[in-house]
Design a protein around this ligand. Structure first.
Ligand code: GLP
Length: 268
């Protein structure tokens, strides 16, 4: 795991966007896994800026979103469809046919979820998955006790998640109780996972995810088993990490480490 600790929200957004943009520049037909919530908004704004000012090209990029509320049509202002078009997709040159978001209005949800998994496979799998973290440690909507091997499916949201997300709705009883979400197993198959977290309210789940046991009770902890998981945290979100100083030390020495690991050049 790589733990990157930055001063504030702007800095974690820039760091996350740089990783995604570098990948797209290397592989123009990259498959991105995208997340909603307030945390990735800064990353998306930075990608939009890179698109309009630096020519970052999304023409061949494919996207798959993590999750969607059940019962909200794509036109609903609080649906994750609406969020993604508002916050990112309308502002970049993405091909609409390459955009995939779970359909919260699907008539046959199990069949729909199976098809979503198949679409990810058909696209060649997800290269980079962007993640946030819920206050209960969830990734996507994989609430505590979700199987760490789970696939895309219907989930019942916890009361805690409903209360957290009520801030976007007029009343808590308007928050949908169910969502379609990629499973932990689906997320774990992404080539790289980058999890962003900001604010003291995330310090507890972040510490449990990184330094606690791998457990279905904190589904983000499954990332401890991922070969290329990067946590990008601002200082308040990193506030409860026991090894915070070590992670900062590793980051400071990153360039030297890369040189140390490089094969020794043969002499003349
Ligand atoms: C929702 C989403 C998650 C997101 C979480 C945190 O539950 N399903 O993907 O990580 O909210 O949201 P925020 O970034 O607003 O704290």
């Amino acid at each position: 795991m790589e733990i990157i600790i930055k001063d504030d929200f702007a800095a974690i957004s820039a760091e996350g966007a740089k990783i995604v943009a570098d990948y797209i520049r290397r592989k123009p037909d990259a498959v991105l896994g995208l997340a909603t919530g307030s945390t990735p908004i800064g990353l998306y704004q930075e990608l939009i800026r890179m698109h309009s000012h630096e020519g970052l090209d999304f023409q061949q990029v494919t996207t798959f979103n993590l999750d969607e509320y059940v019962g909200l049509p794509a036109t609903h202002k609080l649906s994750y469809h609406y969020f993604m078009w508002e916050q990112l997709l309308s502002h970049i040159n993405i091909n609409r046919d390459n955009v995939h978001l779970p359909d919260g209005m699907a008539a046959d949800i199990p069949a729909y979820c199976k098809g979503y998994e198949e679409a990810i496979q058909a696209a060649g799998g997800i290269d980079i998955q962007v993640l946030g973290i819920g206050t209960d440690g969830h990734i996507g909507f994989n609430e505590p006790s979700s199987s760490l091997g789970s696939r895309t499916r219907l989930k019942t949201l916890t009361r805690e998640t409903i209360a957290d997300n009520a801030r976007f709705f007029e009343r808590a009883d308007q928050v949908p109780r169910y969502a379609i979400t990629m499973g932990v197993g689906t997320i774990m198959e992404a080539g790289t996972c980058i999890l962003l977290a900001s604010g003291a309210g995330k310090a507890d789940p972040v510490a449990k995810a990184i330094e606690g046991p791998v457990t279905a009770m904190i589904t983000a902890s499954a990332l401890q088993l991922h070969q290329d998981a990067i946590f990008i945290l601002d200082k308040p979100a990193a506030g409860k990490l026991q090894l915070q100083e070590y992670y900062e030390w590793v980051y400071q020495n990153k360039d030297n480490r890369a040189r140390a690991a490089a094969p020794i050049q043969a002499g003349p």
